[in-house]
Design a protein around this ligand. Sequence first.
Ligand SMILES: Nc1ncnc2c1ncn2[C@@H]1O[C@H](COP(=O)(O)OP(=O)(O)OP(=O)(O)O)[C@@H](O)[C@H]1O
Ligand SMILES: [Mg+2]
Length: 262
Amino acid sequence: MSDVLEFAGVSVVRGGKTLLDGVDWQVREGERWVIMGPNGAGKTTLLQIAGGRMHPTRGMAGILEEVLGAVDVFELRPRIGLASAALASQIPEHETVLNVVLTAAYGMTGRWREKYEKLDERRAFRLLHDWGMSTYINRRFSSLSEGERKRVQIARALMTDPELLLLDEPAAGLDLAGREDLVQRLANLAADEEAPAIVLVTHHLEEVPPGFTHALLMRDGAVVAAGEIEAVFTEDHLSNAFDLPLSVQRDASGRYTATARR
Ligand SMILES: Nc1ncnc2c1ncn2[C@@H]1O[C@H](COP(=O)(O)OP(=O)(O)OP(=O)(O)O)[C@@H](O)[C@H]1O
Ligand SMILES: [Mg+2]
């Protein structure tokens, strides 16, 4: 079994609709994956399963060497950092930035002792510093700009020192400077050998950080292509996934661009 994710024939059916259709997928330690595909392709559903938030209707989902369905998900979830719009919408209006990051630790430890509190606080401060948010710790999360919120959410996802980091569209809603800042930060994270395995969902090739190693392309709940990034992000595979003839470029620094072919 692959050490991070091992999906075999994973299908999800809801209300008679097939959301995922026989997905096979392996993620190993140290790999950095991008998941791409059109709206409704099943990307978020796939991430929900990888995060132990949803069970497959059919097939086997191995996560961190445990099998979903045969493991206590409340022990599994703290080993996985997740940042998504759905999770952000659950954050109470009045919550401070520090608390948004800190509370991720309480889910894991399930205890409140002075010793852990101080340790956790130090880690939260450091993560907020790393993600350029140290001057915002006492601000309400709800008062932040979209770009600032995204950085806080990633700091929160890293709080439990996870073995797997799942990011669902972290660059959505960012302006050009905010996107470039985030792409650079994610490239730095990807280059960090201590960082967990990463799975990043995005709609745009321009948001793929250099250093990401693998890609999975989806369409209608099924895998169009998966494997090493250069072999997956070809004009043929991308045109097929998005049902549109595309011209794809990759520059010397490893950044991709895609435009409709004319
Ligand atoms: N409970 C449900 N019942 C029926 N259909 C559902 C349910 N949940 C999700 N879907 C459908 O499953 C499909 C896949 O949804 P999902 O959110 O995984 O797509 P996505 O690739 O993340 O899309 P986007 O790029 O828009 O975020 C969508 O068509 C969605 O409407
Ligand atoms: Mg989605």
